[in-house]
Design a protein around this ligand. Structure first.
Ligand SMILES: Cc1cc2nc3c(=O)[nH]c(=O)nc-3n(C[C@H](O)[C@H](O)[C@H](O)COP(=O)(O)OP(=O)(O)OC[C@H]3O[C@@H](n4cnc5c(N)ncnc54)[C@H](O)[C@@H]3O)c2cc1C
Length: 409
C-alpha cells in the first residue's frame, strides 16, 4: 500500500504519524510546498523576535527518518489524476498513490482593493516566507497598517508593535476580534492597544492604497476618507482553501473540499483534512481531522465529529480570554448572565437550561467546565446554583444498578 499526503502541517503530519502507528510496513510519502514543518499559530512570535524557525517546529528533525516517511519538500502539486491514481508535481514528476490525503490548508485572501495587489510593501501572514518578507519590510518601515482585526491581524499587530513599528488596525466590523468577542470584551482589548499607541479604526473599509512613483505605499485611504500614512500593509482578511490543483470538478469543492464524516472526498480513495475542507480554520480541528482521515485510509472506520469549532483562547497584552460558542445572544428568547468588574468580565448565554456561549475575560478558571457544557449541550435546569459556580461534581450521578455515571463528557 502506498499512502501519499499533500501538505506537511497540522493535518498532514498528524495523519502521517497516525498512519505509521497503525501500519508499520506501508509506504508513506508527504509532498509539500513548505520546506519546514512549523506551527503557523506561532509565526508572529518569529516576527517579534521571541522565537525562530526551530522553536516553532512541532516535530523533531528526525520525525521523517524515525517514522520511515519519505518527504518530498519545496515542491508544488499542480494536478491530480484520480483515474490513474497519480499526483502530478510542478516539475512534471508523477507520484502514484493507493490512498491520497489532501491536506493543503489555505492561503490568505487578498481583497479586491485598488492597488492592493500591485503595491510594494503589502504582505500576508500565513507561511514562514511571509515572515521573511515582513522582516524585510520592517527594515524599511516606520508605520504599518493591518487590514483585518481577527486573530491573525491582532497577532501581527502585537508583533509589529513589539518591533517598535507605529501600527494602525483597520476592521470592517464594529470591534476587533468580532468573531471571538462581544463589544464589552473587545473594548477591553481596544483600550489596552490604544494605551500602547496602536490606532484602531472600526466600521471602516480599506478603499485604496495610494502609491508613490516607485510603486511603494505612500498611504491608505479608508471608506470615510481618513488617510493613514504607512510604509507597509499586512493583509489579514481571511483565508481561502488551497484547491487550485483540482481540475474540472474531479473532486467536489464548495467553500472547501467537500468531505463526509469519514474525511472521504467525492473521488475514490481520496481523503481531505484540515483548513482545505473549510470545516473550521483552526489548528485542533485540522489535527483531529488528519488523525480521523488516517484511520479511514487504513480501513478502520473513525468518524470525525468534533465540529465544535467556536472556541478561542487568547492572551494579547497580558489579558487572558476564552470564548466559547456564540458571543451574542441570537435573539431575546436567550438569557444572558454577566459578572463584571474592572478587571474581569464573564458572560454566559443560555436558553431552557442549555448553554450556547460564554466569554471569560481576566479569569478563565471556569473554562473547562463551560467548554464541556456548551459542546455537549448538557442540560443544567436541575442544578440549583449560580450558573457561574457549576462544577464537574454536579454531573456525577448513580445509575439504578449502583454504578456511577458522569454526564458531562
Ligand atoms: C498567523 C496565524 C495564526 C494562527 N493562530 C491560530 C491559533 O491561535 N489557534 C488556532 O487554532 N489556529 C490558528 N491558526 C490557524 C492554523 O494555523 C490552521 O488552522 C492550521 O495551520 C491548518 O492546518 P492544515 O494542515 O490544514 O494546513 P496548513 O497549515 O495551511 O498547511 C498546508 C500544507 O500544505 C502545503 N501545500 C499547500 N498547497 C500545496 C500544493 N499545491 N502542493 C504541495 N503542498 C502544498 C503547505 O506547504 C503546507 O505544508 C493561525 C494561522 C495563522 C496563519
Amino acid at each position: 500500500m502506498r499512502y501519499v499526503i499533500i501538505g506537511a502541517s497540522a493535518a498532514g503530519i498528524n495523519a502521517a504519524k497516525t498512519l505509521r502507528e497503525l501500519d508499520e510496513m506501508s509506504e508513506i510519502v508527504i509532498i509539500s510546498k513548505d520546506t519546514d514543518v512549523y506551527s503557523r499559530c506561532m509565526l508572529h512570535h518569529v516576527i517579534s523576535g521571541n522565537r525562530n524557525l526551530e522553536t516553532i517546529a512541532f516535530v523533531d528533525k528526525e520525525f521523517f527518518s524515525k517514522n520511515n516517511i519519505k518527504w518530498i519538500k519545496g515542491i508544488e502539486v499542480t494536478n491530480i489524476n484520480a483515474n490513474e491514481k497519480q499526483v502530478i508535481l510542478e516539475d512534471n514528476k508523477v507520484e502514484k498513490y493507493d490512498k491520497l490525503l489532501i491536506a493543503t490548508g489555505a492561503s490568505s485572501f487578498i481583497p479586491p482593493v485598488k492597488n492592493l495587489r500591485e503595491a510594494k510593501g503589502v504582505y500576508s501572514l500565513r507561511n514562514y516566507n511571509d515572515v521573511l518578507n515582513i522582516e524585510e519590510g520592517i527594515k524599511k518601515s516606520e508605520r504599518a497598517v493591518i487590514l483585518g482585526a481577527g486573530l491573525v491581524g491582532i497577532d501581527a499587530a502585537v508583533a509589529l508593535m513589539e518591533r517598535g513599528i507605529k501600527t494602525s488596525i483597520v476592521e470592517m466590523g464594529d470591534r476587533i476580534l468580532p468573531l471571538q468577542l462581544d463589544k464589552n470584551a473587545a473594548s477591553r482589548y481596544q483600550k489596552l492597544f490604544r494605551n500602547k499607541k496602536v490606532d484602531i479604526f472600526t466600521k471602516l473599509k480599506l478603499e485604496e492604497v495610494v502609491l508613490k512613483e516607485d510603486g511603494s505605499i505612500d498611504n491608505v485611504r479608508l471608506s470615510d476618507g481618513i488617510v493613514i500614512k504607512c510604509d507597509m500593509l499586512i493583509v489579514a482578511a481571511g483565508v481561502r482553501p488551497n484547491v487550485s490543483f483540482i481540475e474540472n470538478g474531479s473532486i467536489k469543492v464548495d467553500k472547501g473540499i467537500v468531505v463526509d464524516k469519514f474525511c472521504r472526498t467525492s473521488a475514490k480513495d481520496i481523503y481531505a483534512a484540515g483548513d482545505v475542507t473549510f470545516t473550521a480554520p483552526i489548528w485542533p480541528i485540522a489535527v483531529k481531522q488528519g488523525i480521523a482521515a488516517a484511520y479511514n485510509m487504513i480501513g478502520k472506520e473513525k468518524a470525525f465529529e468534533d465540529t465544535f469549532a467556536l472556541r478561542n483562547s487568547m492572551n494579547f497584552l497580558g489579558l487572558e480570554t476564552v470564548s466559547l460558542g456564540v458571543v451574542e445572544a441570537p435573539d431575546n428568547s436567550y438569557e444572558v448572565d454577566v459578572i463584571e468588574t474592572e478587571d474581569i468580565y464573564k458572560k454566559i448565554i443560555h436558553k431552557d437550561g442549555i448553554l450556547y456561549g460564554a466569554i471569560l475575560v481576566g479569569d478563565i478558571s471556569y473554562c473547562g467546565v463551560l467548554h464541556q457544557l456548551i459542546k455537549n449541550k448538557i442540560n443544567i435546569s436541575n442544578i440549583n446554583k449560580s450558573i457561574f459556580k457549576i462544577d464537574y461534581s454536579d454531573f456525577f450521578s448513580i445509575k439504578e444498578d449502583g454504578q456511577y455515571k458522569y454526564e458531562v463528557v
